[in-house]
Design a protein around this ligand. Structure first.
Ligand code: HEC
Length: 129
């Protein structure tokens, strides 16, 4: 409990200061994957987070929240594409809390590939909301 509070503190201070990097979480390492690896991992991560995040972030469910769907919608194949780089960082923090260590690594690799892909194709501005 106390450990958790100390992890959260730098995040809160960072947000107040306008910084998005958070003391408790690691930077997402950008690394491209092949198209096939990337789509496989994207589907895996979607299933990993569905139990904890799906209720609000799935537009086909009665429990869906409009604000949550705008951020990401698990009904979509390319469900992470709608998130800004900052939201992906927030996603990593939230999702990491609800899966085990091995799956945290999967999520990090996926998010790193998503960010790297955007840099390469250069189609997605950083400030998207
Ligand atoms: C009880 C409903 C609910 C659940 C469950 C939920 N979310 Fe959300 N989420 C929302 C809503 C509503 C918003 C939009 C909030 C806003 O407009 O500020 C949101 C926004 C977000 C954002 C963008 C804001 C930010 O913090 O950067 C991220 C990322 C996110 N959710 C990730 C997740 C993840 C990952 C999970 C599962 C671990 C999850 N959410 C589970 C309702 C939910």
């Amino acid at each position: 409990m106390i450990g958790k509070v100390f992890m959260v503190m730098p995040c809160v201070l960072g947000l107040v200061g306008g910084l998005w990097t958070c003391g408790g979480s690691q930077q997402i390492k950008r690394q491209l994957l092949s198209q096939e690896e990337w789509t496989t991992l994207r589907n895996e991560v979607r299933e990993l987070i569905r139990p904890d995040c799906g209720s609000c972030h799935t537009s086909s469910l009665a429990t869906a929240k409009p604000g949550a769907i705008r951020v990401f919608d698990l009904v979509k194949e390319d469900w992470a594409a709608s998130m800004s780089a900052e939201q992906l960082q927030g996603f990593q923090r939230r999702a990491s809390g609800s899966v085990d260590e091995e799956d945290v690594r999967k999520i990090d690799v996926f998010l790193g590939a998503e960010l790297a892909r955007r840099e390469v194709s250069n189609q997605m501005p950083d400030e998207m909301q």
